[in-house]
Design a protein around this ligand. Structure first.
Ligand SMILES: [Cu+2]
Length: 233
């Protein structure tokens, strides 16, 4: 009798567990650099100096803080059949061309989303995109055109360039789903609401390329995943 009671209890517990809704956890962590932080390379402004020199310019192709944190790393799950779509925001994300610099240097938008390219510098800029999957854009943006919307339908990694000011460059990541993030200046990131399971997490940086790691999201709670790029030789 006692045995049957235990068996019944076990069945009830199993049923309760399987009926529980699938939970999700965040993958949170930091991306760092194995080598010494490379010194920032200054950029010499050669054109429209009055406007462009309102801010100091430095090469942003690898930005490593004193504690080795790397900014602007794209962290994502490539093969993610269960991932939700990244929501298209009510207000378009903006790429600001300010003092002849793209702000931000690396930006994430959802596939099907529209990027508003701003020009409040009062001078001519030119937005030139180098996509793999979307239609390339090579469009002058005179000073009177302060806002220029660009729609990106397909997932992509798009290099951005201004042909007027050749030092101006940046990246746009067009995400196929919501499990994408860009690291903050302190190297931190959060992949939100990932379903439990084991995933290959990729992390990409424009100079250092792509690395991957296997990460398991538990049945409940967050998981911490810290990544380190090997030193570039
Ligand atoms: Cu420009």
């Amino acid at each position: 009798m006692k045995r049957i009671g235990i068996l019944l209890l076990a069945i009830l517990v199993c049923a309760a567990v399987s009926a529980a809704p699938a939970s999700a956890g965040n993958i949170v962590g930091k991306v760092t650099y194995a080598g010494a932080p490379p010194p920032a390379k200054p950029i010499v402004v050669t054109k429209d100096k009055e406007v462009c020199s309102r801010e100091t310019h430095a090469d942003e192709s690898l930005v490593v803080a004193a504690d080795k944190s790397i900014a602007n790393v794209v962290v994502y799950i490539k093969d993610a059949p269960g991932a939700p779509k990244m929501a298209i925001p009510a207000k378009n994300p903006e790429l600001d061309q300010r003092s002849c610099k793209f702000h931000p240097h690396v930006q994430l938008i959802p596939a099907g989303g529209t990027l508003d390219v701003l020009n409040n510098d009062g001078i001519l800029h030119n937005i030139h995109t180098y996509p793999k999957n979307n239609t390339p854009v090579n469009q002058a943006q005179p000073k009177f055109k302060t806002r220029m919307p660009l729609k990106f339908d397909k997932p992509d990694t798009v290099k951005l360039q201004c042909d007027v000011h050749t030092w101006m460059n940046g990246w746009l990541i067009v995400a196929p789903h919501a499990w994408y993030a860009v690291t903050a200046p302190d190297g931190s990131f959060k992949l939100p609401d990932v379903k439990p399971g084991t995933y290959t997490v990729s992390y990409w940086q424009e100079t250092l390329g792509t690395q991957t790691a296997q990460i398991t999201v538990p049945a409940s709670g967050d998981v911490t995943a810290n990544f380190t790029f090997p030193e570039k030789k």
